[in-house]
Design a protein. Sequence first.
Length: 403
Amino acid sequence: MARVKTGPAVAPLESDGLDRIGLPPENRRQMVVKSLWIGIWLLYLSAPVNDLIHGGHSWPAVLLGSLGLVAFVGWYLTLVFRTVRQFARRGVLISLAVMSTEAAVLSLCLGREWLVLFVYVSVSAGAALPGRLSRWAVPAATALLSLTSLAVPRGNDFLVGLLIPAFLGGFAMVGIRQMIATTVELRQARATVAQLAANEERLRMARDLHDLLGHSLSLITLKSELAGRMLPEHPDRAAQQIADIEQVSRQALTDVREAVSGYRRPTLPGELAGARTALTAAGVIADLPSADLPSTAPESDLAEDIESALAYALREAVTNVVRHSGATRCTVTLTVRQTLAGPVMELTVTDNGSGGPAAPGNGLTGLTERLEGVGGTLAAGPVSPNGNRGFRLFARVPLGSPS
């Protein structure tokens, strides 16, 4: 059926607000937005900063503590801000080891306010490590927090308030990372589906244009040759052929427009009438049924897609007879049979031309795809056993469920 169909609708990720998940920033605005979302969680470092300012430490301790805190924040932002493919897993593990060491040293040297750094270690582990590693790294960071708090004076006072954020925050980042990975896979899958739909649409258009124009252009070529031969001696008959060419050309243009618009549906009565005209113009004796469907298969029982598949099969077969066979007679039969699998309709197009094996091409390939789409089959080949005389095309489609 010569219809232009679009592929499956693919909802854009923008409609879900997920268009940027899993993608690195592409411009300054996106960089700023992502930095703000990540940086807002650094407010929990107010306790270490306040300890540096009001904790009564010596200036060497304040200086070293400040440098250690800046280095820790740098490692943290590097891990959280990174994209999945930027760092090797070994680099991530080394970074987490450095952050854990800094958190432990700063907590032991400067006091319990610095235990909050382990929360950031846990979050970084959940954000940067694959799931099978982060499920062990987050509990390990939480356990290290507990051990360190036992060695820090009055660290137990802060332990209860930090265990839950460290444990749940780390695994929350594991879930977010999994969501990002799923979103990236969904984006890739949608791109693949869109590409497959585009490829399928190209194949459909190529097949439909071949089916639509092959017959008409063959008829135009044939009538042009006839008009050229008739012109010197029979100008009136040549003029009639030219008029026919104009009519066929206009019909071909209409067919293409309707196909592009998705409205055209070829019918068996129409194709039978067109086949009779084409065969007669080519000087081939046409033995065709009437332009009505078999009485045993009322039109109400013949679905549009089934009728279209048979109509295209008839068109392609007649076109091949006119163009390639050199036949003088062509017989078309259209019958309905009752089989064990249910009623079927059979189309047979036979000619007495030069025969030869069926060469697979756009026409037969497209017909096979159409018929398979409605559960039918196609067979084509020479009539005679030695393959040098006659050619037959046989198409069968089911009409309904078994009775």
